[in-house]
Write a protein that binds this ligand. Structure first.
Ligand code: PRX
Length: 693
């Protein structure tokens, strides 16, 4: 077992009980110097720990130890809380995480059969919760809303499942979902799961090119979309984007037979929507005509549930594949414990279902627990920056889960937008997507949570399916900016460059020993890339791609990506993807992209661009380069800065030295380091000279 971790938690277990000790943190921004605030422990408030599912370090430790010493027993017990058509055998988990011992393989509960939609809906309804609200939906326009109880949600899901079956979709077939945050998005995911189809949700902010790339890769039998969506004051014509993607995909030899389109009348009338008869079908014309009951397709625990494409360090997005059984119990349990879930909670996660957070913690985790979930179509600053708290008060939200970028942008807009709302229903806050800097943490804690709501800063990834390192809010004191300790069954280790585990207080690369039920099983169609990216860098471990340090008390501090992936507003973007979009521009000869610190977004995208010989610099060209990225990837990946580069700093073997580019981008010119190994050291001076051009 991860003895270092246990030792730390054991020593923490001897801390005097903290309940009631709430240091009222200084609401004035103190700055992010960790050193001076090292000992800032924020204890759960009086009463919170007493009612919590895990109320002390000792209790956590007992459960954690059991989960490490007897993972099969620990997870079997949890799995037994769910419905299985047929049970698993002796072998609960089969795994090999060591490339030296052969193919990487992770299997949990193989041979057992279940259905995640059944467990999320039918099981909760059978338990008497059919009348409980499953989804509160809030539209882009205040006052435009809706809701579905568990029974109503099941009916909608069944109708869509029946339709999908009727058009020939079977177990194992892929379905691409390109929808905004309408109730139809979780409905579509659940409808696929019910019939064993594999959904691949594509975030509706991705461009036609990106959508096409994903369609070509997973070859869906149908695409589910809507004609348009309102985001703030803007209407986005999603169907046009889908049309372009389908043309692109057909050019590449793959034609999609059905494009089921939901009419979103507030955003766009039916008559205005471009249409291809035969392929395009209005959702509202067909789906409601189907039966509201639908038999469940029982699937193996290791049958695929979904594919979700994410960015890596090369240009091609990776299809992360999650299977059914392990993912189901892992998302359910992490949700329950990290948010100390109670049946009376109203839970709101601001993430879009197009990202993993929306899969695990808008749809599956909460619904598996029978929770009431808020789904919000709009944007947090429309009609003004108070919108989130307006929604919190309206639905009496008790658990609010968001990303640090939103916290920072609301913080910048002033406390007034927050304090004019009551927020008294809130009891737990959550953060995800990037490290939360201590000053944003404090503001979130003091201003949004009135210094009484613990913050669950959950560290995890598309690949991990669910939280790996997260506070259990009643169990131990928090440190602003630290994701604290591992979830049950998770063994994090910090390794040095050579892959040696480092003990005690240290910094290094974050790896995980042993599998956990929610882990991804492969990259779709490319198991070799799966092994190379995640298991070869440090043999014997899953490598996260993140840096991490552990302090003297054993708390984990995530320090960001150590590979060529940047994290912009919690969105993961590969620098290579942006570079390839830039060089697709006819006037761009070469591009190198780095992340720079950004006050609100966490990281901003900074692009060095070398133009084709003879092309002059101009503002128009800058704009059209940014547009190229919008077209190829999506608006969220648009570079913040284009820096003209007559040449790029390269080694003699032609490798771009990004370290130098990062220093130039962040104006740390006295830290450029040794430039003598460059093929042409003079390019550095040229770049510096063009900094403000
Ligand atoms: O760098 C880490 C950061 O987000 C990456 C994963 O991105 P993605 O797969 O898109 O999933 C985002 C939602 C889980 C990680 O490698 N990250 C995520 N959560 C945190 C975080 N970094 C620090 N603290 C977090 N709580």
């Amino acid at each position: 077992a991860s003895s270092d971790h246990l030792r730390h938690v054991e020593s923490m277990a001897t801390l005097p009980s903290g309940a009631g000790r709430i240091p009222r943190l200084n609401a004035v921004i103190l700055g992010d110097s960790l050193a001076s605030e090292e000992d800032d422990l924020v204890y759960p408030s009086e009463g919170f720990s007493e009612q919590a599912l895990v109320s002390s370090p000792e209790q956590y430790l007992k459960m954690y130890k059991r989960s490490i010493e007897d993972p099969a027993g620990f997870w079997s017990e949890i799995a037994s809380e769910f419905f299985w058509k047929t049970k698993w055998g002796e072998e609960v988990v089969t795994e090999n995480l060591d490339v030296r011992k052969g193919t990487i393989k992770i299997e949990w509960f193989k041979g057992a059969t279940t259905n995640i939609c059944y467990n999320a809906l039918d099981r909760n309804i059978e338990a008497g919760n059919g009348g409980k609200v499953a989804i509160y939906w809030e539209g882009n326009e205040p006052g435009h809303d809706g809701q579905l109880t568990y029974s109503e949600l099941l009916e909608k899901v069944c109708q869509l499942s029946n339709y999908l079956k009727d058009i020939g979709i079977k177990k194992g077939d892929a379905v691409v979902i390109y929808l905004p945050m309408l109730m139809e998005l979780p409905i579509a995911m659940l409808a696929c799961a019910r019939i064993g189809a594999v959904h691949s949700v594509v975030f509706a902010g991705f461009s036609a090119e990106s959508l096409a790339q994903r369609i070509i890769d997973c070859r869906p039998k149908a695409v589910l979309t809507c004609n348009a969506v309102l985001r703030g004051t803007k209407a986005i014509h999603l169907k046009d984007i889908v049309d372009d993607a389908l043309v692109e995909s057909a050019k590449n030899g793959f034609s999609v037979g059905v494009c089921l389109t939901y009419e979103n009348p507030l955003a766009m009338k039916r008559e205005m929507t471009k249409w291809q008869d035969g392929r395009d079908i209005w959702w509202q014309d067909v789906v409601p005509t189907y039966s509201t009951t639908c038999e469940v397709e029982w699937v193996d625990a290791e049958d695929p549930l979904f594919l979700l494409y994410t960015s890596g360090s090369t240009g091609k997005p990776k299809g992360v594949l999650h299977t059914t059984g392990g993912y189901m119990i892992y998302t359910a349990m992490t949700f329950k414990y990290a948010f100390d879930y109670k049946p009376s909670d109203v839970y709101w996660c601001t993430a879009d279902c197009g990202w993993i957070t929306g899969h695990s913690y808008v749809t599956y985790g909460p619904l598996l627990n029978g929770a009431t979930v808020v789904v919000f179509e709009g944007v947090p600053n429309y009609p003004d920056s108070g919108r989130c708290w307006d929604i919190v008060d309206k639905f009496k939200v008790t658990i609010f889960y968001t990303a640090p970028t939103l916290v920072r942008s609301l913080m910048r807009d002033g406390d007034e937008n927050v304090t004019r709302y009551s927020r008294k229903s809130l009891r737990i806050l959550g953060s995800v997507g990037e490290p939360i800097n201590p000053s944003a943490w404090r503001w979130f804690f003091n201003v949004v949570g009135d210094s009484r709501c613990p913050i669950s800063d959950t560290w995890w990834q598309t690949e991990t399916g669910g939280f790996l390192i997260t506070p259990l809010p009643g169990a131990w004191p928090q440190k602003p900016g630290s994701a604290t300790f591992p979830f049950f069954g998770v063994q994090p280790v910090i390794v040095d460059e050579k892959g040696n585990e480092i003990a005690g207080e240290c910094s290094g690369y974050l790896c995980i020993k042993k599998s956990w039920p929610g882990a991804f099983r492969t990259l779709y169609g490319d198991h070799e890339r799966y092994e190379t990216t995640y298991f070869k860098p440090f043999a014997g471990y899953y490598f996260s791609g993140d840096g991490c340090s552990r302090d003297k008390d054993g708390y984990h501090w995530l320090t960001g990506r150590v590979d060529d992936v940047i994290n912009v507003s919690g969105h993961r973007i590969g620098t290579a993807e942006v570079e390839s979009a830039l060089v697709s521009h006819p006037q761009c000869a070469e591009a190198a992209v780095v992340g720079v610190e950004h006050e609100v977004k966490g990281q901003g995208i900074y692009a060095f661009v070398t133009l084709v010989d003879g092309v002059p610099y101009s503002q128009e060209l800058r704009k059209s380069l940014v547009q190229a990225v919008r077209n190829q990837i999506g608006a969220f990946a648009a570079p913040d800065k284009i820096h003209w580069a007559p040449g790029l700093p390269k080694t003699r073997s032609g490798k771009i030295m990004r370290r130098i580019l990062r220093k130039i981008a962040s104006k740390q010119l006295d830290e450029l380091g040794d430039t003598s190994t460059l093929a042409d050291p003079s390019v550095v001076d040229q770049l510096i000279a063009l900094s403000d051009c």
